[in-house]
Design a binder for this molecule. Structure first.
Ligand SMILES: NC(=O)c1ccc[n+]([C@@H]2O[C@H](COP(=O)([O-])OP(=O)(O)OC[C@H]3O[C@@H](n4cnc5c(N)ncnc54)[C@H](OP(=O)(O)O)[C@@H]3O)[C@@H](O)[C@H]2O)c1
Length: 222
């Protein structure tokens, strides 16, 4: 585990220090990679040392912690936060996708940083139209997304369709709602990065799937 203080640059388009929660997960790793590629500094929250080793190899500073316990050391020096965590196959949605996200939002609202990008899920607002196995997680995410929306934070909520590990195309369809579909995790990361660089996405919640438009153009239409 490495803990250092990084300098946060907050001007639009300038390098930032970004805390990534769920950094060892599928989307989280892609977000870390994209952030570093674009010259940002990353503080990555992970639960396991092997995840820390892999992310440090990419150039991230890592913090071992747990969203149900001690996690806030990851915020040191951060100018923005990306939530890419989720209970996944553990099924512990109430605790992670629900309570932990709400607690993170409350913590940020009280102490900063104010910029939060949440990777949520398509269908949160219409679980009855989604496959039944998603019902529990979508209903939990509906409550925690609403908590973020009701906060004073500079939030953006990104709701991707089904995630794949295919190579990203850099082309998406974004809106509210969009037709159901899939999207590579690499493209979700590109969308998160574009949101970070685009203050016009603050206060927005939108769905995104693979599509035809370059990411920045798609976001300009939401
Ligand atoms: N799968 C899909 O098709 C799909 C579709 C739309 C939206 N989403 C949502 O998109 C988000 C990212 O998906 P993904 O596929 O990247 O998920 P993932 O690979 O399961 O990654 C989730 C990350 O959250 C971390 N996490 C879970 N509990 C934690 C805790 N108590 N403390 C700290 N970290 C914790 C996990 O840590 P460990 O690595 O230690 O387990 C993991 O790294 C999730 O919110 C998911 O619900 C998924």
């Amino acid at each position: 585990m490495t803990q250092t203080t990084d300098t946060a640059h907050t001007a639009q388009g300038s390098p930032l220090t970004v805390a990534v929660l769920g950094a060892g997960g599928g989307v989280g790793r892609q977000v870390v990679h994209a952030l570093i590629q674009q010259g940002h500094a990353v503080r990555a929250l992970v639960r396991r040392q092997e995840q820390a080793d892999a992310l440090e190899h990419l150039g991230a500073v890592t913090v071992l912690g747990d969203l149900t316990g001690d996690w806030d050391a990851v915020l040191e020096g951060a100018g923005a936060v990306v939530w890419a965590a989720g209970a996944g196959t553990s099924g512990n949605f109430e605790q992670i996708d629900g309570r932990a996200l709400e607690q993170v939002a409350d913590h940020l609202a009280a102490r900063g940083p104010r910029r939060l990008i949440v990777v949520s899920s398509m269908g949160v607002d219409r679980p009855e139209q989604m496959p039944p196995f998603l019902d529990s997680v979508l209903r939990v995410k509906a409550v925690s997304d609403a908590h973020v929306q009701a906060s004073t934070l500079d939030y953006t909520i990104v709701r991707p369709g089904g995630l794949t590990n295919e190579q990203g195309s850099g082309r998406v369809s974004a809106g509210f709602p969009v037709q159901g579909g899939m999207i590579p995790r690499e493209d979700v990361a590109a969308v998160v990065l574009a949101c970070l660089n685009d203050a016009a996405t603050i206060g927005k919640t939108f769905e995104v799937v693979a599509g035809e438009q370059p990411v920045a153009e798609a976001l300009a239409l939401i």
